[in-house]
Design a protein around this ligand. Sequence first.
Ligand SMILES: [Zn+2]
Length: 331
Amino acid sequence: MLETTHRRIAEEIAKILELSERETNLLETGSIHPDNWADFPHHQGKEMEIAENILNARKLYLEKDDECFFRLGVALHYIADRWTYRPRTSEKHNEWEELIEKAPILDNSQLEEVIKKMPMPSKEVDANLAQLRIFKSLVEFAFVKIDPKKYERVALEEAAARELMELRGYGLLKREEIKIDSESIESLIRESEDLDKLGRYALTLTGPFSPSLFPLNIITLTVNTRDDTRKVLIWCVLTQKLIEGDWLLRRMKRVMKESGAENGIMITSGRFTQEAQVFRMRTPLDLRIVTHDLCVSIAPHVFRLSTWSNPIIDVNFAYRVCLEVARLVFS
Ligand SMILES: [Zn+2]
């Protein structure tokens, strides 16, 4: 996406959220900044950057630090760039970006009229119209807000899981606690791929959790979907450390298989290296990072593109997701 389009989206959002001049400038500056870093491509694979900048923005916002506007701008840049994934050839791509820049940001009824007239199959028109109506819930699906007052003596990760369960209507089948000490983790990573050894360190804990007390605790929640057709496994990984590699996700995938869970959600305050992101893309595992009162999915499902598109759809859909994310961060 061109710099001018990024600026336009940021300005539009600033207007709606009634940001001050300084705040608007910071949001705009952030939203054009990643192009200076040249950490391309921006059109895919930036889930971790999006999640971390959103979480950082939220934290700074709660601390009344106006750097939050810059941080959110950075996240919005990567989100918006996802809508300019096509065409892939650079010449065509530049042309597409120019068309996006010329496309106006419309209100919902105007945009609906434009979509209805687009030269695409009716089912694609319907899909686009449907997507237009669900942006807010799509964002809610990828983000979970936690009310800390509601969850005294509950680990942040589990609080996020409980909120997510409520949002999706999941029912709890089983709750287990697993403790893994730091020595066992280190030796596991060092020694081999034999992750079954992890089982040996599983033991039940009692009392309130604290990540500072234990290097790595896992609270396992086995849930079923509202219609009782699917089992979902939620792993709340209680750590604030960097989890290197993808061994923990591999382990979870294996447990999912053993317990007959079709989907898995891992929630942690820790951070992952690139391998975990790569692994997640290949498996039906929703990896979520939680901090303070916000839990963010790094799965890209809210940022999905349809095969049929148009510059007007691109800029308007990008703008809408960015706006909903901004609303959430500054709420
Ligand atoms: Zn970019």
